[in-house]
Design a protein around this ligand. Structure first.
Ligand code: SF4
Ligand code: SF4
Ligand code: SF4
Length: 236
């Protein structure tokens, strides 16, 4: 049963294509110093990010698993060349997530206060857009890709501030992965990009982690159909 993987891949690559166009519009704005193009790119980016975060109280990290272009890039492009070493626990720790979120949050506030350390423009909206686009490029090139080459391809997604915000908001999400009649064969463990299945199979009747991206790779990898997505209003 690999139906979810096929639908998900189509969704991910459609989102990646749309986002790439938006990104190019924003980059065109930067290189030509044309704030109008830049703002169009920024507004669309803002819509995507806010849309992703607004979905999380209902769907959890569905955005990360199904729509985020950077997640798609890391998952499919780095997959082929990554050494896939186990992710060091410190990179998944709450302290590290808070540290990264604080650093990027502080820089964001500096931009809002007209203290943009990276890109400046007379137009505040364009300046903010410059910061977001610039940080996407810098964090991808300097953090996400190097870590993904050494450790699991989506190591960045374990502490990315946007993903972390979704985890914090998704405690009462209604889209869950249920586990029933599990034989604890552990086949699904290696399918999970974030190494979450081992924390739940044989112990719980749902994939409990708020970090779960509902990617349903574990569902597709289970040959006896012991785990599947469900819509449930019950809180954990
Ligand atoms: S954790 Fe961040 S980079 Fe990864 S999929 Fe989610 S929003 Fe995208
Ligand atoms: S959910 Fe399925 S694949 Fe995962 S441990 Fe249980 S039986 Fe095995
Ligand atoms: S637990 Fe399953 S659905 Fe959740 S992230 Fe891991 S593989 Fe995807």
């Amino acid at each position: 049963m690999d139906n979810y993987s096929k639908i998900r891949k189509t969704t991910q690559f459609t989102s990646l294509a749309v986002s790439s166009v938006i990104f190019i519009i924003a980059l065109y704005g930067i290189f030509t110093h044309n704030d109008s193009y830049f703002e169009i790119g920024l507004l669309l980016f803002g819509f995507i990010i806010v849309g992703g975060i607004l979905l999380s109280p209902i769907l959890g990290r569905f955005w990360c698993g199904w729509l985020c272009p950077r997640g798609t890039f890391l998952e499919y492009i780095l997959e082929k060349v990554s050494k896939k070493k186990k992710v060091p626990p410190i990179l998944r720790s709450k302290a590290f997530k808070l540290l990264i979120a604080s650093i990027l949050g502080l820089m964001f506030v500096m931009v809002l206060l007209d203290m943009n350390p990276l890109l400046t423009s007379e137009d505040e909206l364009a300046s903010l857009g410059g910061f977001i686009v610039f940080m996407c490029i810098v964090t991808t090139l300097l953090i996400s890709i190097p870590l993904g080459l050494i450790y699991m391809p989506r190591t960045w997604c374990g502490f990315c501030p946007v993903g972390y915000a979704q985890s914090l908001l998704s405690k009462n999400k209604i889209l869950k992965i249920s586990i029933e009649d599990c034989k604890n064969c552990k086949k699904c463990h290696s399918a999970c990009n974030l190494d979450l299945c081992k924390d739940s199979t044989g112990k719980s009747n749902t994939m409990d982690s708020p970090d779960c991206m509902a990617c349903m790779k574990c569902t597709d990898s289970c040959k006896i159909g012991a785990n599947k997505p469900v819509i449930s209003l019950k809180t954990a």
